[in-house]
Design a protein around this ligand. Structure first.
Ligand code: NCD
Length: 303
């Protein structure tokens, strides 16, 4: 049985195939509208979510399937002290596939070890978020025509931003990828990602605190929110939260074919004045996320 816990659970070939399916769904949605008839997705969200949860649910409905689940830990038996393992065993009796978001790193992996149906990691703490990465990869593929030979800048909270960790991990397998890591010193990319992913795969990286200095060198600028819920001190969050704010002024020095990405939700880090700039891709990412989740559900269910 296949699960998606880490983006490396999918080979480069499998990612190519998901991108192909997603593009086919975009072109011919009617061919997919009955594929999951009679199947159920359980969406188990122990942490807040708008895009990830609703796009999983929309994906399943658009495939003709059904959805059950909960959107906060307090409305599940977790509030009574039930373990993730027992929840996974229980939900396997009701659903054909599980999408789980949890504040604890590794919780979806524990679920996968105990479930008898495929489990998808929909974000675990500050660790990984492989299905956001699928959305990001489809976006990069559609915007740039492929996944290699790009210079991508990651800006903001690189320490706790799980979408950054998963996307860097995914891109480390493609040729000609260069990364620029832009963050306050306090929110630098964890050294395990630098050592085990970037250095190990020979991916060049530059670290800086200054977005203006590097913006003109980028093909893609991946902005992120400072992850308030992962901070130990509110004071520290308040000090760092507005470290980077992308404005039309700042974009003046960027390339005309730059793609500005953001997993969303945005708080303050991208001015709304940029939303109508043709370089803004973040709402395209949202839509691409639904198509990639449709492709993933089909793949994991063997349909
Ligand atoms: C991200 C997440 O949950 O990690 N959101 C998402 O799923 N699109 C990013 C974030 O919360 O900042």
């Amino acid at each position: 049985m296949k699960h998606l816990i880490d983006i490396h659970d999918l080979s480069v070939e499998e990612i190519d195939s998901l991108i192909k399916t997603a593009n086919d769904i975009i072109a011919h949605p009617d061919r997919y509208s009955e594929k999951c008839r009679g199947k159920k997705l359980a969406s188990l969200f122990f942490e807040p979510s708008t895009r990830t949860r609703l796009s999983f649910e929309a994906a399943m409905y658009e495939l003709g399937g059904n959805v059950l689940g909960f959107s906060e830990a307090m409305s599940s038996s977790a509030a009574k002290g039930e373990s993730v393992a027992d929840t996974a065993k229980t939900v396997s009796c009701y659903a054909d596939i599980i999408a789980m978001r949890h504040p604890k790193e590794g919780a979806p992996m524990v679920a996968a070890m105990n479930a008898s149906v495929p489990v998808i990691n929909a974000g675990d703490g500050g660790h990984n978020h492989p299905t956001q990465t699928l959305a990001d990869l489809l976006t990069i593929h559609r915007e740039k025509g492929g996944l290699g030979n790009i210079t991508i800048g990651f800006c903001g909270d690189l320490m706790f931003g799980r979408t950054v960790h998963s996307l860097i991990s995914a891109l480390s397998r493609y040729p000609g990828v260069k990364t620029v890591l832009i963050s306050p010193v306090e929110l630098k990319l964890p050294s395990y990602v630098k050592k085990d992913i970037l250095a190990k795969n020979g991916i060049p990286y530059v670290q800086t605190t200054d977005l203006d200095e590097v913006i003109s060198s980028l093909d893609i600028l991946y902005m992120t929110r400072v992850q308030r819920e992962r901070f130990f001190s509110e004071e520290e969050y308040l000090r760092l939260k507005d470290s980077y704010i992308l404005t039309p002024e700042k974009l003046k020095n960027a390339r005309s074919d730059l793609s500005v990405m953001h997993p969303l939700p945005r708080v303050n880090e991208i001015s709304v004045a940029i939303d109508d700039d043709p370089r803004a891709c973040y709402f395209k990412q949202v839509l691409n996320g639904k198509y990639m989740r449709m492709a993933l559900i089909l793949d994991l269910l063997g349909l």
